[in-house]
Ligand binder design. Structure first.
Ligand code: MN
Length: 272
């Protein structure tokens, strides 16, 4: 685990940023979790993180996820992140890697479809379902062939299903409100408002506790990768073919995106 986070750790000066150091305090869960963090770095993007084998496989989605199956959104693969990162909301100091404000924009559980996550990632064609607050149903990440340079580029595409919204590409992105604290990007940047309720902390997602019993945890300042996706690269290899209906097993296990409990105290931001 530690080895798998060496790229993550090498990019950061933990004396300057309060991002999680990847000490592996967060345990894996049988129900795989995901988060999407809105990250106002040098270029605004959305970081999609899928729990795989004890870490978050991560992609910086250039224009954010789209509910329109016609939209293929560039998703630049970035370094694995520690699971603790799924509770991170705040501000990464300027000049640090990924400097800027991070908002917990969505979170929930996910499942690979048709194969294991490892197989899907290795094949460059990971089909999966999401059960979050904003994102639902069936999706695919397709690795783009012939990528050049150091980046590994993927496309994030919504499958056609009951959760697809043709012609409403950006609609889902209009909500500027943290699923963890209720705060806007501006409030997070200002260090005001409620502290985020934790999601990853505590280990298991069976967690009413996770959603309803927040330990007040000082929000650590912001997030990561300074990846600034540039142009949507070449050709999508996969046409989005109709996917099987999303079947996220046991709804009972899906965390209720309850309203962030009103934490009694204002967030104490350590950041600048
Ligand atoms: Mn980012």
């Amino acid at each position: 685990m530690v080895d798998r986070l060496s790229a993550y750790q090498a990019k950061r000066d933990f004396a300057l940023t309060t991002e999680p150091q990847g000490a592996a305090t967060t345990q894996s869960s049988a129900n795989l979790r995901f988060v999407v963090q809105k990250h106002d770095a040098s270029r605004l993007h959305y970081d999609l993180r899928l729990e795989v084998d004890g870490v978050f496989k991560s992609w910086a989605v250039a224009r954010g996820p789209s509910l329109d199956p016609h939209d293929k959104r560039l998703a630049v693969e970035v370094e694995d992140h520690p699971l603790d990162y799924g509770d991170f909301e705040g501000t990464i100091p300027k000049g640090q890697y990924g400097g800027g404000t991070v908002q917990l924009w969505d979170r929930g559980v996910w499942q690979p479809q048709g194969m294991t996550a490892e197989e899907g990632l290795a094949s460059g064609d990971l089909k999966f379902t999401l059960a979050g607050e904003h994102l639902h149903g069936s999706w695919v990440l397709v690795r783009i062939k012939g990528w050049s340079g150091k980046r590994v580029n993927w496309l994030l595409i919504k499958h056609r299903d009951a959760h697809a919204r043709e012609g409403e590409a950006g609609a889902v992105l209009e909500t500027d409100r943290s699923v963890a604290s209720g705060r806007s990007m501006a409030e997070i940047a200002a260090g005001t408002g409620q502290a985020p309720t934790p999601f990853m902390a505590g280990g298991s997602i069976a967690a009413d506790a996770i959603w309803h019993a927040p330990e007040s945890k000082a929000p650590s300042p912001a997030d990561e990768d300074a990846t600034t996706p540039t142009k949507p690269a070449s050709k999508p290899r996969a046409a989005s073919k109709p996917a099987p209906a999303p079947k996220l097993a046991k709804p009972a296990q899906v965390p209720k995106p309850a309203k962030p409990a009103r934490a009694p105290k204002p967030a104490k931001h350590a950041g600048p």
